[in-house]
Design a protein around this ligand. Structure first.
Ligand SMILES: Nc1nc2c(c(=O)[nH]1)N[C@H]1C(S)=C(S)[C@@H](COP(=O)(O)O)O[C@H]1N2
Ligand SMILES: [Mo]
Length: 225
């Protein structure tokens, strides 16, 4: 991986506080975490912890397949521009599962035990995808095989890779990431951290970009298949 491509640089038209990187790194809030082996898609949808349906690759194949180019913004201030995702709209899946209103909160769970919490209104946008492809190819383990959530208007930590569960909730779920997870994490509003101001987190976060990307890439290489 090119370190130069990871140097965050100022660029026109980025959201507040963001810097552009030229390569799309493997990244994580826990970079030592292994990448799970790539399993067939098995997405369990539940409500308040009770499973109500599951989706395989074939099931998702019956939805309209869409392609979208969007910028990807990590809370640590790096932005990768022009990621070309392929997949199905989150809203389409939600509409087939719920006749009436979608419950107000969601916890999304990954095969590597990462999870994130949401206000479902923040996912009510045509640009929110369950992505199976990146740049026309099936998602690789680096970027979240076999399925990931893509929510471009929210920071990277809401873009859950290796997605295995969508647990819709009637009450706000507890965060598994702690105070660094903002419930909304909307990029345009710079909702980076649940309690610390942006000025206190941006500089330290920025210093972690290159080491985190290098460690995360290494952890991928040493992950068992
Ligand atoms: N399952 C899982 N999803 C995750 C993470 C993770 O460690 N595990 N890291 C998050 C963070 S902090 C970011 S910035 C993006 C990075 O996505 P990338 O590795 O495709 O660049 O994934 C997010 N989703
Ligand atoms: Mo991130």
């Amino acid at each position: 991986m090119s370190i130069r491509g990871l140097l965050p640089r100022r660029a026109e038209g980025l959201p507040p506080g963001q810097r552009q990187v030229k390569v799309f790194p493997r990244f994580s809030d826990k970079p030592l975490r292994w990448a799970p082996p790539s399993e067939p898609i098995a997405l369990t949808v539940s409500v308040d912890g009770d499973p109500i349906s599951t989706f395989s690759a074939d099931d998702l194949g019956r939805f309209e397949q869409v392609e979208q180019v969007s910028d990807f913004h990590c809370v640590t201030t790096w932005t990768y521009r022009g990621a070309r995702w392929g997949g199905v709209r989150f809203g389409q899946l939600a509409a087939t599962v719920f006749d009436g209103a979608t419950p107000p909160y969601l916890a999304a769970h990954a095969a590597d035990r990462m999870s994130a919490i949401y206000v479902t209104d923040d996912l009510d946008n045509n640009n929110v995808l369950l992505a199976l492809k990146l740049d026309g190819q099936p998602l690789d383990r680096r970027h979240g095989a076999p399925l990931r959530l893509v929510s471009p208007d929210q920071y990277g930590y809401k873009n859950i890779k290796h997605l295995v569960g969508l647990d819709f909730r009637h009450e706000e779920p507890a965060s598994t990431m702690g105070p660094k997870e903002h419930l909304r994490a909307r990029v345009a509003a710079e909702e980076r951290h649940s309690s610390l101001p942006n000025w206190a987190v941006k500089a330290p976060y920025r210093l972690t970009i290159i080491p985190t990307a290098l460690v995360a890439e290494r952890a991928l290489r040493s992950s068992p298949r």
